[in-house]
Design a protein. Structure first.
Length: 167
């Protein structure tokens, strides 16, 4: 797991508890899981991180590696993260939490080589009502993709390659 460069210990499996919130000064307790990993992502871990008795709606988004980009056949992806990526992910989560009081959040992104069908990113938002969960989840994935410095290197069936999202 990535995180040692930033001084944050990885949380590993989280079962609906608030270790992340306790480890962060100034947080509201809404952010339950944030990580960038080289290992396969667990959808259940992300779901477990946001589920609690007060939750009536959970929105879960799983971004997977598809077999094409436009009309080109993709064989695999390699994701790379800047050393500040985990800090940026924390900032995104904290900002979404601030704009959506009462919504519980989690996000995990994978780096390294991913094959077709692998989960690349998993985000979840949970709230008392579905509307708040949907709104926060959409904002979370959009902000994560727009601002967290994680880059995709696409490998195509014809032997060509392409970097996506680089500065």
């Amino acid at each position: 797991m990535i995180g040692s460069r930033t001084g944050r210990a990885s949380l590993g499996r989280v079962r609906g508890v608030t270790e992340y919130a306790a480890a962060r000064s100034g947080t509201t307790g809404q952010v339950r899981l944030a990580d960038i990993r080289q290992t396969p992502l667990s959808i259940q871990e992300v779901l477990d991180a946001v589920c609690e008795a007060a939750v009536g709606g959970v929105t879960l988004f799983v971004g997977t590696v598809r077999d094409h980009d436009a009309a080109r056949s993709v064989t695999a992806l390699n994701y790379s993260a800047h050393p500040t990526a985990l800090d940026r992910l924390h900032l995104v989560l904290d900002a979404v939490a601030e704009r959506h009081p009462g919504v519980v959040l989690a996000a995990v992104h994978r780096v390294g080589r991913l094959e077709i069908g692998d989960a690349a990113v998993v985000v979840a938002a949970a709230a008392a009502h579905r509307g708040a969960a949907f709104d926060a989840s959409r904002e979370l994935i959009d902000d994560l993709k727009a601002t967290v410095p994680i880059w995709k290197h696409q490998l195509f069936a014809d032997g060509t390659e392409e970097w996506v999202g680089t500065p």
